[in-house]
Write a protein that binds this ligand. Structure first.
Ligand SMILES: O=C(O)/C=C/C(=O)CC(=O)CC(=O)O
Ligand SMILES: [Ca+2]
Ligand SMILES: [Mg+2]
Length: 395
């Protein structure tokens, strides 16, 4: 129990304690904070530790899992034992009064493709006549390297991208007419690894610091024309949005579940081990305020621990600030699909919105908000906050 008076439904209770970076009316200096209820605990002001005054989480994340655990237990004690109340209270700022920043400097960015329902849906739409899943899909977590420099904070305007698309008369230069979303969960690497040394599945929690919500904005018309044979490029690199709070892995103990049964035996480096990292998270996608989907994360075929092992099995090293996203989270029913191309079945079944309009893809002015939540250790639900973005007309 915390001495703060928090409603049970806060989502930002004592078992969550996500990290972010903020400025406040009293100081334009960007610094690290922890969300608790409707407040932010100013760690730089409270501790005086310069690691929390750098304007990004990277320096702290680089310290590694012992530092992460020790700070988390100190914060828990500060907010739980009333003996600390007078010292802590001046460093609690109303969350509504602060401006949140991109929480970490993004090093490399990778995006996976680990929802079987999503992969099968896209396979059917993009590659009709071929098997829905490619032959490698159940043997390795498919992914691609994306553009780290265009990973931006929630709220960044989504300027409609322009580029080449196919038309019956040949390639044309267009403002994308098939602008889409992908509801995903992002994993943030804290502790680096050495070049040449793979990170095994079991070392996941020694390297990954925490989790955020990701929207991998996607221009389906640009993507469909450019992606063969090297994969996603300009159809996705214009913007990827992340939520402002990074939920530490330590907050997710009650959310851990067994991943689905695998149809094919895995090569040893991908075996789950005794404590697999399936996660029972629920995402929610809103379009102009109306809920259009609730994608379930627990069915994801590949876990983040397997993705990390796969990403490094060739000897590639990890850097502090690496972000890798799960891939679009889709479940088996229509109400669980994590992209508009799936929700509208490639535009053939437009979504009906409460205002009477319909959507297959995004229109200028549309706002997409993706949130996520998980069971918390105290029986409540913890919130990941949300990632939002509004579409602007092409330049
Ligand atoms: O199947 C394809 O050709 C394309 C798939 C995607 O666009 C999905 C992607 O970016 C990976 C993911 O988010 O699951
Ligand atoms: Ca994606
Ligand atoms: Mg993207």
């Amino acid at each position: 129990m915390t001495w703060l008076d928090l409603p049970a439904s806060t989502g930002f209770g004592i078992t969550n304690l996500p990290y972010g970076v903020f400025t406040s009316p009293s100081s334009e200096h960007a610094r690290t904070g922890v969300a608790i209820g409707d407040h932010v605990l100013d760690l730089a002001g409270l501790t005086g530790d310069p690691v929390h005054a750098t304007g990004s989480l990277n320096a702290f994340m680089a310290q590694g899992p012992e530092s992460w655990a020790s700070l988390r237990s100190m914060i828990t004690a500060w907010l739980t034992d009333p003996v600390h109340q007078d010292r802590i209270t001046p460093h609690l700022l109303p969350r509504a009064s602060v401006t949140l920043r991109l929480p970490f400097e993004v090093a490399d960015y990778v995006d996976f493709y680990s929802s079987r329902d999503h992969a099968e849906n896209l396979g059917r739409m993009f590659r009709p006549g071929s098997p829905a899943l490619t032959p490698n899909w159940k043997h390795l977590p498919i992914g691609y390297h994306g553009r780290a420099g265009t990973v931006q904070l929630s709220g960044t305007p989504v300027v409609r991208p322009q580029g080449q698309a196919q038309s019956p008369e040949g390639p044309v230069f267009v403002a994308s007419r098939r602008l889409d979303i992908e509801a995903e969960i992002g994993f943030v690497v804290g502790a680096p690894s050495a070049l040449g040394t793979p990170v095994p599945v079991r070392d996941f929690a020694s390297h990954v610091f925490g989790v955020c919500v990701v929207n991998d904005w996607s221009a389906r018309d640009l993507q469909a024309w450019e992606y063969v044979p090297l994969g996603p490029f300009l159809g996705k690199s214009f913007l990827t949005s992340v939520s402002p709070w990074v939920v530490p892995l330590a907050a997710l103990s009650a959310a851990r579940v067994k991943p689905p049964v695998r149809d094919e035996a895995l090569l040893p480096y991908l075996e789950d081990g005794d404590e697999p990292w399936g996660l029972d998270l629920t995402l929610e996608v809103r379009l102009n305020g109306a809920v259009v989907s609730r994608p379930p994360f627990r069915g994801m075929y590949w876990t983040a621990a397997q993705q990390l092992a796969h990403m490094t099995v060739n000897g590639a090293s990890l850097r502090t600030g690496d972000l890798y996203a799960s891939g679009t989270v889709s479940g088996p029913t229509r109400e669980e699909r994590g992209s508009l191309i799936e929700l509208s079945w490639n535009g053939t079944e437009p979504l009906a919105l409460p205002d009477g309009s319909t959507r297959s893809f995004l229109e200028d002015g549309d706002e997409i908000t993706i949130s996520a939540s998980a069971p918390a250790a105290d029986g409540s639900r913890l919130s990941f906050g949300e990632v939002t973005g509004r579409v602007q007309a092409a330049h």
